[in-house]
Design a protein around this ligand. Structure first.
Ligand code: BTN
Length: 332
């Protein structure tokens, strides 16, 4: 078994044969094409079935792929992925405390440079981490992923990496489902007045040098209303609720990674203005009256701009202008 891939190479070869074939194909033919015995074919077919592929087997005709798996397997994502480096290495976990922890562990063992663009995916997280140290509820059906990145930009421009991710998630929802998703500062994706996705960037750096950063993206994709864990502070929704049915998570994730990579490259080229312009055009926060909550205080004012470091500029009722770098911001 390859690391982080629940599908062995032989099963993957057989799956590719079944995917190319229209109609059934005999075990004997697959055995000829792969150079393994018929009983090994049968064993691998059973492994594919266990991974969620619906394969019909009949004694007279052989095997036929009826339906793909609903799991977010690397093989499924790669079918749609059109990136240069993001997601070339995908590591899948059925269940893990947090993909961010797995990524941290990976980067601490070897030079993190080797993992630039690697993504970790979990079907379910038992200890998902959100912004400001909050717990992030991550049941199966969501998209829980961490992208390992080694950006070559100044540390004070890092917010542009999260901005690129927020834009990518919002754009993917808009393009694939024609739903007006927007970005709530700093990096939450909203549909109407409900949160559907959150983004968290963790950084390992020293002085002015970035060792790596971990971009965690959580999307409530195929989660039914009864399985969502709502809090009073943040009303939430899922793509399943908004669209009325489950989405193809592999296609969504691959599309989103493509949208992200395109903008991430712009950030690396120093095209901050282009990113800022697009972020502002998708903002749910700007030109709104908002309540700002930081660990020390709460106040209200108008969100008038975003500065070149990603700080939110608030004009308070007394006319004073403040820069907010972290905290919660709620349109009121
Ligand atoms: C937020 O608080 O809005 C940010 C949530 C980020 C959640 C993602 S899910 C994948 C990755 N693993 C985690 O434990 N957290 C991030």
């Amino acid at each position: 078994m390859r690391k982080g891939n629940p599908m062995n190479e032989t099963s993957e070869k057989i799956l590719e044969i079944l995917e190319r074939q229209s109609g059934p194909i005999s075990g004997e033919k697959i055995s000829e094409m792969t150079g393994i015995t018929r009983s090994a074919v049968w064993k691998n077919i059973n492994e594919l079935k266990e991974l969620g592929y619906s394969i019909e087997s009949t004694k007279s005709k052989g095997y036929e792929l009826k339906e793909s798996t609903p799991k977010l397997l690397p093989h499924e994502i790669k079918k749609y992925l059109k990136t240069d480096f993001i997601g070339k290495d995908i590591r899948y976990f059925k269940n893990t405390p947090s993909t961010t922890w797995v990524a941290k562990d990976l980067c601490s063992k070897k030079d993190a440079e080797n993992f630039n663009g690697t993504i970790l995916i979990a079907e379910e997280q038992t200890g998902g981490v959100g912004r400001l140290g909050r717990a992030w509820f991550s049941p199966s059906g969501g998209i829980w992923t961490t992208i390992i990145l080694k950006p070559t930009i100044p540390i004070d421009k890092l917010f542009f990496v999260t901005m690129s991710a927020s834009i990518a998630v919002a754009r993917t929802i808009r393009r694939m489902y024609d739903i007006g998703a927007l970005i709530k500062w700093p990096n939450d994706i909203y549909i109407g007045d409900k949160k559907v996705s959150g983004i968290l960037l963790e950084l390992a750096a020293e002085a002015d040098q970035i060792h790596y950063c971990l971009l965690g993206i959580g999307i409530d994709a195929n989660i039914k209303p009864e399985d969502l864990q709502c809090s009073l502070q943040t009303p939430i929704t899922s793509l399943n609720i908004e669209i009325g049915h489950d989405i193809d998570r592999a296609k969504f994730l691959a599309t989103m990674l493509g949208e992200f990579e395109r903008r991430y490259k712009l950030v690396e080229e120093g095209e901050y203005k282009a990113i800022s312009r697009e972020w502002k055009s998708l903002s749910l926060t700007l030109e709104k009256r908002v309540r700002i909550t930081t660990p020390r205080r709460t106040f209200e004012g108008e969100a008038i701009d975003l500065d070149e470091y990603g700080a939110l500029i608030i004009k308070k009722d007394n006319g004073k202008v403040e820069r907010i770098l972290s905290g919660d911001c709620t349109p009121i």
